[in-house]
Write a protein that binds this ligand. Sequence first.
Ligand SMILES: Cc1cc2nc3c(=O)[nH]c(=O)nc-3n(C[C@H](O)[C@H](O)[C@H](O)COP(=O)(O)OP(=O)(O)OC[C@H]3O[C@@H](n4cnc5c(N)ncnc54)[C@H](O)[C@@H]3O)c2cc1C
Length: 475
Amino acid sequence: MTPPSTTVAGTGHAVVVGGSMAGLLVARALTGHFDRVTVVERDLLPGGAEPRKGVPQGRQIHALLARGLQGLETMFPGFGRELEAAGAVPMRFPGDVLILGRAGWVDRRAPGWVALSATRPLIEATVLRRLRALSGVTVLDGYEATGLRAPDGGRHVHGVTLRRVHGSDGAHSAEASLVVDAALVVDASGRGSRAPAWLAELGHGSPDATTVDAGMAYAGRLYRMPDDAPTDWKGLMIFGDPVANPRTGYLFPVEGGRLMVGLMGAAGHHPPTDEEGFTAFMRGLRHPLLADTLASADPVSDIRSHRGTSNRRWHLHRMKSWPERFVVLGDAACAFDPVYGQGMTSAVIAAEALDQCLRIQRRSRPDGNLAGVARRFQRLLARRTGEPWRFATSEDLRYPTTTGGRRGLMMRAQHRYLGRLEAATTYDPAVADVYIRALGMLERPTVLLRPRMVAAAVRARRTTAESTPPARMPA
Ligand SMILES: Cc1cc2nc3c(=O)[nH]c(=O)nc-3n(C[C@H](O)[C@H](O)[C@H](O)COP(=O)(O)OP(=O)(O)OC[C@H]3O[C@@H](n4cnc5c(N)ncnc54)[C@H](O)[C@@H]3O)c2cc1C
């Protein structure tokens, strides 16, 4: 690779470690600031929408929230059309999706938002295709980043060291190492990121982390869409009750005329991967509709499980010292319990935040000096991930067995308040709409405290949680 000649923003070279959602999206944002952007990915990337080793969660159900789709559309105009052309299924939340919350079925009259439902590999492959079409972008797959290059005592990062882990035929090849210079290095290597160790090696100490773990375990499977599939709804979400029945199940249509099921269980109620256990778990959800819908459907994949879903946040913004020209984002910085579907959307938000920091820097330092950007970005990222973090951890702390975090007075009051609001979402479409928009990250969670919402919570009626799902209202 040709090393960059300069560190000037708008003319240099940026390297992104990790070619999954966070890495690909931040690479897109960096194309507006650097002449060349190289994405380094350990896996050999498949030509199409296939699961791969470095993203094992790709075999599990994924929901792309409205805010995430909106951000992708801005980054890659026409993205939604392209995803839909590849088979993604448009579905309106909650009009087309039956949602059984803790208090009952969410009122389907709420306008909500439209999602595109697809497998995770298809979403990623569509992003990768669009990114590769941009000039100045190189995707270097089959290479693993092994360390940061910071020859001036760790104060400035000047690049990364790489090791080739795959030959072009997919087989492990003889080790070959490479040093790549860069004006900015972004770590987007996911939950297994070595950034904490790298920072310590450079003399910056080790960051602290907070982990809140509900022990959520996943099992997923694909089915052929049955001939007698319901026509009144497209998707189904049955949320568990943290105390009475901590089993959750989602069913979404995906590309290729298939249905994807995701079963999730916390507090030791882990979905089994054998036929009998998987079906029994499905039958044990709070409502029989999911199991009934799949009763005549043919599976087209194995049952795959996934663990390792804790909320984990590295407090990078609080470190006493930080190297220039190095940033960490995506799951590497802050990972969420995926059951709330916030990961990919938070990756979009992180890419937007870095873009914002680099724009501001360019205005104040037209000479292209990047001094201070990395630190400012980590602080901004901590603020932007704060809300999804508080949402996921506070929901997970409803499970009595969740480890980490604190169940303070405020949190218990919040749970009671949300419980009342959720009751109102079952019969008041205006409340349901605000609630669903907040879940889609289109609105900040503070919208749930608007006077109209508070009034609805105060007046909330008692509901019957497991009643019949609502039929679609005439348009
Ligand atoms: C079971 C499960 C279900 C989920 N469901 C949803 C959902 O419904 N909606 C949603 O928005 N999000 C969901 N997520 C979260 C989502 O998958 C992630 O937040 C999203 O992929 C962003 O992650 P990332 O790119 O930061 O890291 P990852 O996706 O983990 O990718 C890291 C990448 O870095 C590469 N890599 C690692 N180390 C190196 C190295 N040293 N050198 C080079 N490359 C390296 C890996 O091979 C991989 O490609 C789910 C997650 C899980 C676990």
